[in-house]
Design a protein around this ligand. Structure first.
Ligand SMILES: Cc1cc2nc3c(=O)[nH]c(=O)nc-3n(C[C@H](O)[C@H](O)[C@H](O)COP(=O)(O)OP(=O)(O)OC[C@H]3O[C@@H](n4cnc5c(N)ncnc54)[C@H](O)[C@@H]3O)c2cc1C
Length: 357
């Protein structure tokens, strides 16, 4: 922080990137140059911060799309609705949001703030489950069905993005995911014990949402689209069954507070042991919680697959503009994303330094 070449502007909001449009050839830019960032200072005054070399954005998955769109980078139909002149056509901006989601089972009615903090500061009790763990003898049938469903899933995802990512690209993306799901030792879900009971979460969802700027840039439009595809619901159902099995097991029962002998939420009356997938869908729809591990709204992938940044974090169609945060992770990662974000930040730092030479 003591470095003379580091200036930190606290409580300062970036409004948009100033793009040099002097080389405009086709009504929109083939390549624009980022000159700096327009910000609003705590005093309410607007200021332009000029970039000597380049602009690196790290506003996170939920804010990057708005920042790019407010600068004229994104899907032309979304930009037109916001009365913003397109500078760089990148339909993938904001279009491939993925987040994990969880559902809980509550057993223990005797929770106090003290017991919560003791539990959270003690050993975490968590586990990850592979497709083989979840589907057992049905694994081959389930895998065959998923591959069969990929074309229709791809159409659903592409339509939901208004064609921002083509059906063909979505098929490739889904196939890459499915190939991963059925590898040995690749977890597709997790469970955690909590002082109140437990939860289980779909760590590698296929459903895809979006984040875009609204006319008020401080309030982006967020559509997580959880449970868009039946695969995610089926995985959650299997995870929930495992969670129930764990809580019905003798060792866990013996360790539980005696008051926590029955499932309070959802409870077997609301969600019976033999509940159908439709009942699970209805229950999850009312009970799921986002995990806030959002990624993908400025994905690093091929431009014609809806990519926003190249492998060196450079925004396609621009010079001097990079995005370095969770938004560039093209698909959800297993578990918690922070270590992955640190790793990609290290890689980006190397790329930036190499390009400065
Ligand atoms: C409640 C909660 C619990 C979580 N727990 C875990 C966990 O246990 N483990 C884990 O790995 N991950 C966890 N995560 C996820 C993790 O926090 C995120 O994945 C990670 O912080 C994303 O890093 P990022 O750099 O992409 O974005 P962020 O950390 O969101 O950083 C973006 C920054 O940009 C700023 N910003 C945004 N827009 C502007 C603008 N226009 N102008 C100026 N500044 C702007 C924001 O204020 C923010 O400081 C949790 C998230 C939440 C919400």
């Amino acid at each position: 922080m003591g470095r003379a070449n580091l200036h930190v502007f606290t409580n300062t909001t970036a409004l948009n990137i100033n793009l040099d449009s002097s080389e405009n050839r086709h009504g929109y830019m083939e390549e624009v140059t980022a000159k700096g960032v327009n910000v609003i200072l705590p005093s309410g005054k607007n200021q332009f911060l000029r970039a000597k070399q380049e602009v690196v954005l790290s506003a996170g998955t939920y804010r990057i799309p708005g920042l790019l769109e407010q600068s004229g980078i994104g899907n032309p139909s979304i930009l037109h609705n916001l009365s913003i002149t397109p500078q760089v056509i990148l339909p993938g901006v904001g279009a491939h949001l993925q987040d994990q989601w969880l559902v809980e089972a509550i057993y223990n009615p005797n929770i106090t703030l003290d017991s919560l903090s003791i539990a959270y500061n003690s050993r975490p009790m968590t586990g990850s489950l592979t497709a083989a763990d979840l589907f057992g003898d049905e694994l081959d049938t389930v895998a065959a069905q998923l591959y069969k469903d990929i074309p229709s899933y791809a159409r659903t995802l592409s339509e939901a993005s208004n064609g921002a990512i083509s059906v063909q690209a979505q098929e490739q993306i889904l196939r890459t995911r499915a190939n991963l799901f059925f590898q040995k030792n690749v977890a597709i879900g997790s469970y955690q014990f909590q002082p109140y009971g437990g939860n289980c979460w779909v760590t590698l969802p296929l459903s895809t949402g979006s984040v875009h700027s609204s006319p008020d840039p401080s309030k982006p439009l967020l559509n997580p689209n959880f449970m868009q595809l039946p695969w995610d619901i089926m995985v959650a159902q299997r995870l929930f069954l495992v969670l129930r099995r764990i809580f019905a097991s003798a060792p866990v029962r013996a360790a539980l507070d005696p008051a926590a002998s029955t499932e309070l939420l959802p409870g077997y009356a609301l969600l019976p042991a033999n509940a159908s997938l439709a009942q699970y869908t209805s229950y999850f729809g009312s009970a799921l919680t986002p995990v806030w591990h959002g990624v993908g709204t400025a994905g690093m992938r091929r431009r014609d697959w809806g990519g926003v940044v190249d492998p060196k974090f450079r925004v396609y169609g621009t010079k001097g503009l990079r995005v370095v945060d969770a938004s560039v992770i093209p698909m959800e990662v297993n578990g918690n994303p922070t270590s992955t974000i640190y790793a990609l930040a290290e890689k980006a730092a190397e790329d930036i330094l190499a390009d400065c030479k």
